[in-house]
Design a protein around this ligand. Sequence first.
Ligand SMILES: *[C@@H]1O[C@H](CO)[C@@H](O)[C@H](O)[C@H]1NC(C)=O
Length: 272
Amino acid sequence: MFTIRLFHRLWLFILWLNMDPSLQQNAITCKLDLSPLQGTSYEPAFRNVFLPGETVTVTCGERFWISDPRKISVVTTCEENGAWSVRPVCQEVRCSNRREPNVYWWNVYWGQQISLGETVNYRCKEGYRSTDGTNQATCTRNGWSPDPLCQELVGCGTPPPLTDGDIKTTTKSQYRHNERVEYMCQNYYTMEGEPYRTCINGEWTGHVRCIEPCIVSEDDNRQHNITLKSSDNKYFAHDEIIEFRCIRGVPVGAVAMRQRCNSGVILLPSCH
Ligand SMILES: *[C@@H]1O[C@H](CO)[C@@H](O)[C@H](O)[C@H]1NC(C)=O
């Protein structure tokens, strides 16, 4: 009789345990907020209470991240203490609104919040230039792009020599970005292009060339029965006009008595 009453009491106690809401609240569970940010989804879906050891996959919307700015999905576990191993809340992708040290100016106001895909115009400090040349920064999951926003402009070594010419000043082994050197050509040579080369971010730019003069020899003239019309100059610059006259007979052949020096080459007329 006694044992039956004991069992009866035990049964009632178990019934009471199952029904008592305070005890149910004390059972350790992890909870999910089922009205999350737009785009967030849970697997398993439509459950918001989980027991220790159970897992949930949280997948964020396109513009959000979880656990790490590069991740959009994570598996989180309900732990023995009722906490999630990874907080099951997606965060919006944001980029820092702090100006990088090599950025001189950027179009961001104090406290501005910048989200994924937004662009910002910027300018680099003196001696730096925007890494991709656009001066426009884009907010990505990995932070600002390009990374870094500004790149240091590099100097150059000794400038290249010039064929048939020279550099006006003594050369150094190191030049700063934007520094330039001036060239000159040997006597009678003609310079083509500006006489400068400029160091631009590690490379010497600029087109300089020295063009050969024409040399008129007395022997060649005599063979063609000609002489120079008005001077006894031996050297003629590129593009200069040279006039001949006959020392014997009259002009013959297709070559005219007026010729132009072309990169060291001159055609000689003949007389007979
Ligand atoms: C130059 O004149 C001489 C004598 O008249 C002639 O023999 C010779 O062929 C001439 N030279 C040329 C290149 O025409």
